[in-house]
Write a protein that binds this ligand. Structure first.
Ligand code: HEC
Length: 256
Protein backbone atom coordinates (compact mmCIF):
# COMPACT_ATOMS: atom_id res chain seq x y z
CA UNK A 1 0.00 0.00 0.00
CA UNK A 2 2.78 2.38 0.99
CA UNK A 3 4.61 1.61 -2.21
CA UNK A 4 1.54 2.40 -4.25
CA UNK A 5 1.12 5.73 -2.47
CA UNK A 6 4.75 6.67 -3.03
CA UNK A 7 4.50 5.71 -6.70
CA UNK A 8 1.34 7.84 -7.05
CA UNK A 9 3.06 10.81 -5.39
CA UNK A 10 6.08 10.49 -7.70
CA UNK A 11 3.77 10.28 -10.72
CA UNK A 12 1.93 13.43 -9.62
CA UNK A 13 5.18 15.35 -9.12
CA UNK A 14 6.44 14.22 -12.50
CA UNK A 15 3.17 15.31 -14.14
CA UNK A 16 3.40 18.77 -12.55
CA UNK A 17 7.05 19.06 -13.54
CA UNK A 18 6.30 18.08 -17.13
CA UNK A 19 3.18 20.17 -17.59
CA UNK A 20 4.69 23.52 -16.54
CA UNK A 21 6.99 24.05 -19.54
CA UNK A 22 4.23 22.92 -21.87
CA UNK A 23 1.91 25.59 -20.46
CA UNK A 24 4.61 28.22 -20.76
CA UNK A 25 5.29 27.28 -24.36
CA UNK A 26 1.58 27.49 -25.20
CA UNK A 27 1.56 31.31 -25.25
CA UNK A 28 2.87 33.30 -28.23
CA UNK A 29 6.62 33.75 -28.25
CA UNK A 30 7.83 36.59 -26.05
CA UNK A 31 10.87 38.62 -27.05
CA UNK A 32 12.59 40.84 -24.49
CA UNK A 33 15.21 43.49 -25.20
CA UNK A 34 17.79 44.16 -22.52
CA UNK A 35 18.17 47.82 -21.57
CA UNK A 36 21.10 49.42 -19.73
CA UNK A 37 20.04 50.18 -16.18
CA UNK A 38 21.82 52.34 -13.62
CA UNK A 39 19.88 50.47 -10.94
CA UNK A 40 21.20 47.02 -11.92
CA UNK A 41 23.85 45.21 -9.86
CA UNK A 42 24.95 45.52 -6.23
CA UNK A 43 26.03 49.17 -6.66
CA UNK A 44 22.87 50.12 -8.56
CA UNK A 45 21.41 53.59 -8.11
CA UNK A 46 18.44 55.51 -9.51
CA UNK A 47 19.23 58.16 -12.12
CA UNK A 48 17.22 61.20 -10.98
CA UNK A 49 17.20 62.88 -14.40
CA UNK A 50 15.83 59.73 -16.05
CA UNK A 51 13.21 59.34 -13.32
CA UNK A 52 12.01 62.93 -13.68
CA UNK A 53 11.71 62.49 -17.43
CA UNK A 54 9.95 59.14 -16.92
CA UNK A 55 7.48 60.81 -14.56
CA UNK A 56 6.83 63.46 -17.22
CA UNK A 57 6.11 60.73 -19.80
CA UNK A 58 3.86 58.92 -17.34
CA UNK A 59 1.90 62.10 -16.64
CA UNK A 60 1.55 63.17 -20.24
CA UNK A 61 1.06 59.79 -21.93
CA UNK A 62 0.09 56.98 -19.54
CA UNK A 63 -1.87 58.71 -16.75
CA UNK A 64 -4.98 59.03 -18.92
CA UNK A 65 -5.51 55.26 -18.58
CA UNK A 66 -3.25 54.08 -15.73
CA UNK A 67 -3.28 55.21 -12.11
CA UNK A 68 -0.37 55.01 -9.63
CA UNK A 69 -2.47 54.90 -6.50
CA UNK A 70 0.29 53.94 -4.05
CA UNK A 71 2.46 56.98 -4.80
CA UNK A 72 1.93 60.12 -2.71
CA UNK A 73 3.13 63.41 -4.17
CA UNK A 74 5.60 63.81 -1.31
CA UNK A 75 7.31 60.56 -2.40
CA UNK A 76 8.43 62.48 -5.50
CA UNK A 77 11.17 64.01 -3.33
CA UNK A 78 13.16 60.84 -4.22
CA UNK A 79 13.19 62.06 -7.84
CA UNK A 80 15.04 65.20 -6.78
CA UNK A 81 12.12 67.65 -6.58
CA UNK A 82 12.15 70.15 -3.72
CA UNK A 83 9.20 70.95 -1.47
CA UNK A 84 7.96 73.91 -3.54
CA UNK A 85 8.12 71.88 -6.77
CA UNK A 86 6.18 69.02 -5.16
CA UNK A 87 3.53 71.46 -3.92
CA UNK A 88 3.20 72.88 -7.42
CA UNK A 89 2.93 69.41 -9.01
CA UNK A 90 0.29 68.33 -6.46
CA UNK A 91 -1.73 71.50 -6.99
CA UNK A 92 -2.21 70.56 -10.66
CA UNK A 93 -4.42 67.64 -9.50
CA UNK A 94 -7.78 67.57 -7.76
CA UNK A 95 -8.72 65.06 -5.07
CA UNK A 96 -11.96 64.34 -3.27
CA UNK A 97 -12.17 65.41 0.36
CA UNK A 98 -14.89 65.78 2.94
CA UNK A 99 -17.48 65.52 4.21
CA UNK A 100 -17.82 69.27 4.83
CA UNK A 101 -20.14 70.83 7.45
CA UNK A 102 -23.16 70.02 5.28
CA UNK A 103 -22.07 66.41 4.89
CA UNK A 104 -21.09 66.83 1.24
CA UNK A 105 -17.91 65.49 -0.35
CA UNK A 106 -16.01 68.13 -2.31
CA UNK A 107 -13.04 68.44 -4.67
CA UNK A 108 -9.93 70.43 -3.73
CA UNK A 109 -6.43 70.85 -5.15
CA UNK A 110 -4.14 68.02 -4.03
CA UNK A 111 -1.50 68.50 -1.34
CA UNK A 112 1.90 66.73 -1.03
CA UNK A 113 0.51 64.18 1.47
CA UNK A 114 -2.24 63.06 -0.95
CA UNK A 115 -1.97 59.91 -3.04
CA UNK A 116 -1.96 60.48 -6.79
CA UNK A 117 -5.55 60.44 -8.12
CA UNK A 118 -6.48 57.62 -10.48
CA UNK A 119 -7.99 58.28 -13.92
CA UNK A 120 -11.08 56.14 -13.24
CA UNK A 121 -13.30 55.90 -10.16
CA UNK A 122 -13.34 52.10 -10.22
CA UNK A 123 -12.43 49.05 -12.33
CA UNK A 124 -15.81 48.99 -14.08
CA UNK A 125 -15.37 52.53 -15.35
CA UNK A 126 -11.81 51.66 -16.41
CA UNK A 127 -13.03 48.63 -18.38
CA UNK A 128 -15.94 50.54 -19.90
CA UNK A 129 -13.45 53.05 -21.32
CA UNK A 130 -11.00 50.45 -22.65
CA UNK A 131 -13.09 47.97 -24.63
CA UNK A 132 -13.49 45.75 -21.58
CA UNK A 133 -9.74 45.53 -20.80
CA UNK A 134 -8.44 46.76 -17.45
CA UNK A 135 -5.37 49.03 -17.51
CA UNK A 136 -3.55 47.91 -14.34
CA UNK A 137 -2.30 50.34 -11.70
CA UNK A 138 1.37 51.01 -12.48
CA UNK A 139 2.69 51.67 -8.93
CA UNK A 140 4.01 48.13 -8.46
CA UNK A 141 3.97 46.77 -12.01
CA UNK A 142 7.78 46.72 -12.33
CA UNK A 143 7.95 44.20 -9.49
CA UNK A 144 4.79 42.34 -10.47
CA UNK A 145 6.30 41.10 -13.74
CA UNK A 146 9.31 38.83 -14.27
CA UNK A 147 12.37 40.78 -15.50
CA UNK A 148 10.42 43.95 -14.64
CA UNK A 149 12.76 46.51 -16.21
CA UNK A 150 13.53 44.68 -19.45
CA UNK A 151 9.89 43.62 -19.73
CA UNK A 152 8.48 47.16 -19.42
CA UNK A 153 11.07 48.52 -21.83
CA UNK A 154 10.33 45.76 -24.34
CA UNK A 155 6.56 46.06 -23.91
CA UNK A 156 6.57 49.77 -24.70
CA UNK A 157 8.81 49.20 -27.74
CA UNK A 158 7.23 45.86 -28.68
CA UNK A 159 4.49 47.05 -31.08
CA UNK A 160 5.04 45.62 -34.51
CA UNK A 161 3.34 44.42 -37.67
CA UNK A 162 1.72 41.08 -36.89
CA UNK A 163 3.24 38.13 -38.78
CA UNK A 164 1.03 36.89 -41.63
CA UNK A 165 -0.22 33.86 -39.68
CA UNK A 166 -1.45 35.89 -36.69
CA UNK A 167 -4.92 37.36 -36.85
CA UNK A 168 -5.31 40.55 -34.78
CA UNK A 169 -8.93 41.06 -33.64
CA UNK A 170 -10.49 44.54 -33.50
CA UNK A 171 -9.35 46.49 -30.44
CA UNK A 172 -6.25 44.32 -30.01
CA UNK A 173 -2.67 45.08 -31.03
CA UNK A 174 0.33 42.92 -31.83
CA UNK A 175 3.15 43.19 -29.28
CA UNK A 176 6.20 40.94 -29.34
CA UNK A 177 6.90 41.30 -25.59
CA UNK A 178 3.38 40.59 -24.32
CA UNK A 179 2.44 37.05 -23.37
CA UNK A 180 0.30 35.72 -26.23
CA UNK A 181 1.40 38.70 -28.39
CA UNK A 182 -2.06 40.32 -28.45
CA UNK A 183 -2.61 43.25 -26.07
CA UNK A 184 -5.62 45.54 -25.62
CA UNK A 185 -3.41 48.60 -25.05
CA UNK A 186 -2.87 50.73 -28.16
CA UNK A 187 0.76 51.69 -28.84
CA UNK A 188 1.40 54.55 -26.36
CA UNK A 189 4.86 55.76 -27.48
CA UNK A 190 6.01 56.79 -30.98
CA UNK A 191 8.94 59.11 -30.14
CA UNK A 192 8.72 62.88 -29.50
CA UNK A 193 5.52 62.27 -27.48
CA UNK A 194 6.67 64.76 -24.85
CA UNK A 195 8.99 67.74 -24.92
CA UNK A 196 12.04 67.20 -22.70
CA UNK A 197 13.57 70.36 -21.28
CA UNK A 198 17.01 68.88 -20.51
CA UNK A 199 17.96 67.94 -24.07
CA UNK A 200 17.71 64.17 -23.48
CA UNK A 201 16.73 62.22 -26.61
CA UNK A 202 12.95 61.77 -26.93
CA UNK A 203 13.30 58.74 -29.22
CA UNK A 204 11.02 55.78 -28.47
CA UNK A 205 14.01 54.03 -26.80
CA UNK A 206 14.82 57.14 -24.71
CA UNK A 207 11.22 57.55 -23.56
CA UNK A 208 10.81 53.85 -22.80
CA UNK A 209 14.06 53.80 -20.84
CA UNK A 210 13.11 56.88 -18.78
CA UNK A 211 9.67 55.39 -18.07
CA UNK A 212 11.30 52.17 -16.90
CA UNK A 213 13.56 54.08 -14.48
CA UNK A 214 10.53 55.85 -13.06
CA UNK A 215 8.43 52.68 -12.74
CA UNK A 216 11.27 50.72 -11.13
CA UNK A 217 11.66 53.45 -8.51
CA UNK A 218 7.89 53.49 -7.90
CA UNK A 219 7.84 49.73 -7.30
CA UNK A 220 10.87 49.70 -5.00
CA UNK A 221 11.69 53.20 -3.72
CA UNK A 222 14.03 51.84 -1.02
CA UNK A 223 16.18 49.82 -3.46
CA UNK A 224 19.25 52.07 -3.11
CA UNK A 225 19.26 51.76 0.70
CA UNK A 226 18.73 48.00 0.48
CA UNK A 227 21.71 47.61 -1.84
CA UNK A 228 23.92 49.95 0.20
CA UNK A 229 23.21 47.97 3.37
CA UNK A 230 23.98 44.74 1.48
CA UNK A 231 27.36 46.03 0.27
CA UNK A 232 28.22 47.35 3.75
CA UNK A 233 27.28 44.00 5.31
CA UNK A 234 29.49 42.06 2.87
CA UNK A 235 32.36 44.50 3.55
CA UNK A 236 31.94 44.10 7.31
CA UNK A 237 31.74 40.32 7.09
CA UNK A 238 34.91 40.19 4.97
CA UNK A 239 36.86 42.13 7.58
CA UNK A 240 35.35 40.00 10.32
CA UNK A 241 36.41 36.86 8.45
CA UNK A 242 40.02 38.06 8.17
CA UNK A 243 40.13 38.98 11.84
CA UNK A 244 38.68 35.64 12.93
CA UNK A 245 41.23 33.83 10.77
CA UNK A 246 44.14 35.79 12.28
CA UNK A 247 42.80 35.20 15.81
CA UNK A 248 42.43 31.50 15.11
CA UNK A 249 46.04 31.28 13.89
CA UNK A 250 47.28 33.04 16.97
CA UNK A 251 45.36 30.83 19.39
CA UNK A 252 46.40 27.60 17.70
CA UNK A 253 50.04 28.68 17.22
CA UNK A 254 50.67 28.25 20.94
CA UNK A 255 48.95 24.88 21.15
CA UNK A 256 51.00 23.21 18.39
C1 HEC B 1 -5.55 54.38 -24.06
C2 HEC B 1 -5.30 53.84 -22.77
C3 HEC B 1 -3.87 53.45 -22.41
C4 HEC B 1 -2.75 54.23 -22.42
C5 HEC B 1 -2.61 55.70 -22.86
C6 HEC B 1 -1.68 53.42 -21.87
N1 HEC B 1 -2.16 52.17 -21.57
FE1 HEC B 1 -1.11 50.66 -20.73
N2 HEC B 1 -2.74 49.44 -20.81
C7 HEC B 1 -3.98 49.83 -21.29
C8 HEC B 1 -4.86 48.67 -21.24
C9 HEC B 1 -6.32 48.66 -21.67
C10 HEC B 1 -4.09 47.59 -20.71
C11 HEC B 1 -4.57 46.15 -20.48
C12 HEC B 1 -4.12 45.35 -21.69
C13 HEC B 1 -4.69 43.95 -21.75
O1 HEC B 1 -5.22 43.47 -20.75
O2 HEC B 1 -4.57 43.34 -22.84
C14 HEC B 1 -2.77 48.13 -20.45
C15 HEC B 1 -1.74 47.37 -19.92
C16 HEC B 1 -0.51 47.89 -19.57
C17 HEC B 1 0.54 47.17 -18.85
C18 HEC B 1 0.41 45.75 -18.32
C19 HEC B 1 0.97 44.72 -19.24
C20 HEC B 1 0.96 43.37 -18.56
O3 HEC B 1 2.00 42.72 -18.50
O4 HEC B 1 -0.11 42.96 -18.06
C21 HEC B 1 1.59 48.03 -18.70
C22 HEC B 1 2.92 47.73 -18.01
C23 HEC B 1 1.23 49.28 -19.32
N3 HEC B 1 -0.05 49.16 -19.84
C24 HEC B 1 2.06 50.37 -19.35
C25 HEC B 1 1.71 51.57 -19.96
C26 HEC B 1 2.60 52.70 -20.04
C27 HEC B 1 4.01 52.74 -19.45
C28 HEC B 1 1.93 53.68 -20.69
C29 HEC B 1 2.43 55.05 -21.07
C30 HEC B 1 3.57 55.08 -21.93
C31 HEC B 1 0.60 53.16 -21.03
N4 HEC B 1 0.51 51.87 -20.56
C32 HEC B 1 -0.38 53.86 -21.69
C33 HEC B 1 -4.34 51.08 -21.72
C34 HEC B 1 -3.49 52.15 -21.88
Amino acid sequence: MRRVLIAAAVACLAAVGLSTPVLAAGAGSVKLQAGEWSFAGPFGYFDKGAMQRGFQVYREVCAGCHGMEYIAFRNLADLGYNEAEIKAIAAEYEVMDGPDDEGEMFMRPARPADLMPTPYRNDNEARANNNGALPPDLSLIAKARANGADYLYSLILGYDEAPADVEVPDGMYYNSAYSGNLIAMPQPIYGDDVEYTDGAPSTPEGLASDLTHFLMWAAEPKMEIRKRIGVAAVFFLSIFLIMSYLAKRRVWAEIH
